[in-house]
Design a protein around this ligand. Sequence first.
Ligand SMILES: [Zn+2]
Length: 207
Amino acid sequence: MNLIFVGPQGSGKGTYGKMISEKLCVPHISMGDLLRNYNGKHKDEIQALMKAGKLGPLALTLEIIKERLSESDAKKGFILDGFPRNLEQARELDKIAKVDKVIDIEVPEDLTIKRLNGRWSCPKCGTPYNIYFDDKPKVSGICDKDGEKLVQRADDADINVIKARLQVYHSETEPILDYYTKKVIVINGDQHKDKAVEDILNKVRKG
Ligand SMILES: [Zn+2]
Protein backbone atom coordinates (compact mmCIF):
# COMPACT_ATOMS: atom_id res chain seq x y z
CA MET A 1 0.00 0.00 0.00
CA ASN A 2 1.56 3.25 -1.16
CA LEU A 3 0.28 6.26 0.76
CA ILE A 4 0.83 9.98 0.59
CA PHE A 5 0.11 12.19 3.60
CA VAL A 6 -1.06 15.70 2.85
CA GLY A 7 -1.81 18.48 5.31
CA PRO A 8 -0.59 21.91 6.36
CA GLN A 9 2.19 22.37 8.89
CA GLY A 10 0.70 21.77 12.32
CA SER A 11 -1.83 19.23 10.99
CA GLY A 12 0.02 16.37 12.72
CA LYS A 13 0.60 14.51 9.46
CA GLY A 14 4.17 13.63 10.44
CA THR A 15 3.01 12.06 13.72
CA TYR A 16 0.15 10.20 12.05
CA GLY A 17 2.42 9.06 9.23
CA LYS A 18 4.90 7.54 11.68
CA MET A 19 2.15 5.80 13.67
CA ILE A 20 0.54 4.37 10.52
CA SER A 21 3.91 3.22 9.19
CA GLU A 22 4.38 1.08 12.32
CA LYS A 23 0.88 -0.39 12.02
CA LEU A 24 1.29 -1.25 8.33
CA CYS A 25 4.99 -2.19 8.59
CA VAL A 26 5.98 0.12 5.75
CA PRO A 27 8.60 2.89 5.96
CA HIS A 28 7.61 6.48 6.74
CA ILE A 29 9.57 8.56 4.27
CA SER A 30 9.69 12.22 5.25
CA MET A 31 10.99 14.28 2.36
CA GLY A 32 12.82 16.66 4.72
CA ASP A 33 14.56 13.81 6.57
CA LEU A 34 15.31 11.99 3.34
CA LEU A 35 17.22 14.98 1.96
CA ARG A 36 18.89 15.78 5.28
CA ASN A 37 20.14 12.21 5.78
CA TYR A 38 20.89 11.46 2.14
CA ASN A 39 24.19 9.64 1.70
CA GLY A 40 24.18 8.51 -1.94
CA LYS A 41 25.99 9.70 -5.02
CA HIS A 42 24.33 13.15 -5.08
CA LYS A 43 25.32 13.86 -1.49
CA ASP A 44 27.48 16.95 -2.14
CA GLU A 45 24.88 18.51 -4.40
CA ILE A 46 22.08 17.92 -1.89
CA GLN A 47 24.08 19.28 1.03
CA ALA A 48 24.92 22.45 -0.89
CA LEU A 49 21.25 22.95 -1.76
CA MET A 50 20.12 22.32 1.83
CA LYS A 51 22.70 24.81 3.09
CA ALA A 52 21.36 27.39 0.66
CA GLY A 53 17.83 26.62 1.85
CA LYS A 54 16.80 25.45 -1.61
CA LEU A 55 14.75 22.46 -2.57
CA GLY A 56 16.78 21.69 -5.67
CA PRO A 57 15.71 20.66 -9.14
CA LEU A 58 12.69 18.38 -9.30
CA ALA A 59 14.56 15.79 -11.38
CA LEU A 60 17.13 15.36 -8.62
CA THR A 61 14.47 15.13 -5.90
CA LEU A 62 12.67 12.48 -7.94
CA GLU A 63 15.83 10.50 -8.43
CA ILE A 64 16.43 10.44 -4.68
CA ILE A 65 12.84 9.35 -4.04
CA LYS A 66 13.19 6.65 -6.67
CA GLU A 67 16.39 5.41 -5.05
CA ARG A 68 14.71 5.31 -1.64
CA LEU A 69 11.62 3.50 -2.95
CA SER A 70 13.78 0.83 -4.54
CA GLU A 71 15.16 -0.21 -1.14
CA SER A 72 13.90 -3.53 0.16
CA ASP A 73 11.84 -2.16 3.07
CA ALA A 74 9.68 -0.20 0.62
CA LYS A 75 8.72 -3.22 -1.46
CA LYS A 76 5.53 -3.77 0.54
CA GLY A 77 4.61 -0.12 0.38
CA PHE A 78 5.55 3.28 1.77
CA ILE A 79 4.25 6.45 3.32
CA LEU A 80 5.48 9.60 1.65
CA ASP A 81 5.29 12.77 3.75
CA GLY A 82 6.20 16.22 2.46
CA PHE A 83 6.07 15.31 -1.23
CA PRO A 84 4.43 16.09 -3.62
CA ARG A 85 3.80 19.70 -2.65
CA ASN A 86 2.36 20.88 -5.96
CA LEU A 87 0.71 19.60 -9.13
CA GLU A 88 3.89 19.35 -11.16
CA GLN A 89 5.49 17.16 -8.48
CA ALA A 90 2.36 14.99 -8.28
CA ARG A 91 2.39 14.39 -12.03
CA GLU A 92 6.09 13.52 -12.02
CA LEU A 93 5.71 11.20 -9.03
CA ASP A 94 3.09 9.24 -10.98
CA LYS A 95 5.79 8.40 -13.51
CA ILE A 96 8.01 6.68 -10.95
CA ALA A 97 5.59 5.24 -8.38
CA LYS A 98 2.01 4.07 -8.03
CA VAL A 99 0.03 6.05 -5.47
CA ASP A 100 -2.80 4.05 -3.86
CA LYS A 101 -4.28 6.50 -1.39
CA VAL A 102 -3.80 10.11 -0.40
CA ILE A 103 -4.49 10.91 3.24
CA ASP A 104 -5.73 14.48 3.59
CA ILE A 105 -5.48 15.68 7.21
CA GLU A 106 -8.00 18.48 7.67
CA VAL A 107 -7.57 20.84 10.62
CA PRO A 108 -9.41 24.13 11.25
CA GLU A 109 -7.15 27.08 10.53
CA ASP A 110 -7.36 28.59 14.04
CA LEU A 111 -6.23 25.28 15.55
CA THR A 112 -3.32 25.01 13.12
CA ILE A 113 -2.26 28.52 14.06
CA LYS A 114 -2.37 27.67 17.80
CA ARG A 115 -0.40 24.47 17.26
CA LEU A 116 2.35 26.38 15.47
CA ASN A 117 2.25 29.66 17.36
CA GLY A 118 2.17 27.88 20.74
CA ARG A 119 5.19 25.64 20.04
CA TRP A 120 8.14 26.04 22.40
CA SER A 121 10.90 23.58 23.16
CA CYS A 122 13.75 23.01 25.56
CA PRO A 123 17.14 23.66 23.93
CA LYS A 124 18.79 21.30 26.46
CA CYS A 125 16.65 18.14 26.45
CA GLY A 126 14.49 18.76 23.38
CA THR A 127 11.12 18.34 25.13
CA PRO A 128 8.41 20.02 23.04
CA TYR A 129 5.68 22.12 24.69
CA ASN A 130 2.61 23.97 23.52
CA ILE A 131 1.46 26.87 25.66
CA TYR A 132 -2.14 26.60 24.36
CA PHE A 133 -2.68 22.93 25.18
CA ASP A 134 -2.26 20.31 27.92
CA ASP A 135 1.44 20.02 27.21
CA LYS A 136 2.20 23.56 28.41
CA PRO A 137 5.09 23.86 30.89
CA LYS A 138 4.19 23.97 34.62
CA VAL A 139 6.06 27.25 34.97
CA SER A 140 5.71 29.61 32.02
CA GLY A 141 8.80 29.63 29.79
CA ILE A 142 10.68 26.99 31.83
CA CYS A 143 11.34 23.30 31.06
CA ASP A 144 9.61 20.95 33.54
CA LYS A 145 12.49 18.49 33.40
CA ASP A 146 15.60 20.59 33.82
CA GLY A 147 14.59 24.21 34.47
CA GLU A 148 16.10 25.39 31.18
CA LYS A 149 14.60 28.46 29.51
CA LEU A 150 12.35 27.41 26.60
CA VAL A 151 12.86 28.69 23.07
CA GLN A 152 10.53 29.31 20.14
CA ARG A 153 11.34 29.22 16.42
CA ALA A 154 11.25 32.70 14.93
CA ASP A 155 8.81 31.66 12.18
CA ASP A 156 6.42 30.21 14.77
CA ALA A 157 6.43 33.41 16.83
CA ASP A 158 4.89 35.58 14.12
CA ILE A 159 1.24 34.90 13.27
CA ASN A 160 1.59 36.66 9.93
CA VAL A 161 4.46 34.39 8.95
CA ILE A 162 2.35 31.36 9.93
CA LYS A 163 -0.56 32.65 7.86
CA ALA A 164 1.71 33.17 4.87
CA ARG A 165 2.95 29.56 5.20
CA LEU A 166 -0.64 28.30 5.32
CA GLN A 167 -1.51 30.42 2.29
CA VAL A 168 1.26 28.74 0.29
CA TYR A 169 -0.20 25.39 1.34
CA HIS A 170 -3.69 26.39 0.15
CA SER A 171 -2.56 27.75 -3.19
CA GLU A 172 0.23 25.28 -4.07
CA THR A 173 -0.44 22.00 -2.32
CA GLU A 174 -4.21 21.73 -1.97
CA PRO A 175 -4.76 21.54 -5.76
CA ILE A 176 -3.12 18.09 -5.71
CA LEU A 177 -6.21 16.82 -3.87
CA ASP A 178 -8.28 17.56 -6.97
CA TYR A 179 -5.66 15.83 -9.05
CA TYR A 180 -5.84 12.63 -6.99
CA THR A 181 -9.67 12.79 -6.76
CA LYS A 182 -10.95 9.33 -5.81
CA LYS A 183 -7.73 8.30 -4.09
CA VAL A 184 -8.21 10.97 -1.42
CA ILE A 185 -9.24 9.97 2.11
CA VAL A 186 -10.26 12.94 4.25
CA ILE A 187 -9.35 12.66 7.93
CA ASN A 188 -10.43 14.96 10.74
CA GLY A 189 -7.15 16.12 12.32
CA ASP A 190 -9.01 17.82 15.17
CA GLN A 191 -9.42 14.72 17.37
CA HIS A 192 -7.27 12.57 19.65
CA LYS A 193 -4.34 11.22 17.67
CA ASP A 194 -5.19 7.58 18.47
CA LYS A 195 -8.68 8.13 17.07
CA ALA A 196 -7.31 9.81 13.96
CA VAL A 197 -4.93 6.90 13.39
CA GLU A 198 -7.79 4.42 13.81
CA ASP A 199 -9.81 6.38 11.23
CA ILE A 200 -6.95 6.34 8.78
CA LEU A 201 -6.42 2.58 9.18
CA ASN A 202 -10.11 1.80 8.81
CA LYS A 203 -10.50 3.89 5.70
CA VAL A 204 -7.27 2.66 4.11
CA ARG A 205 -8.20 -0.97 4.70
CA LYS A 206 -11.69 -0.48 3.31
CA GLY A 207 -10.00 0.61 0.08
ZN1 LIG B 1 14.57 20.44 29.23
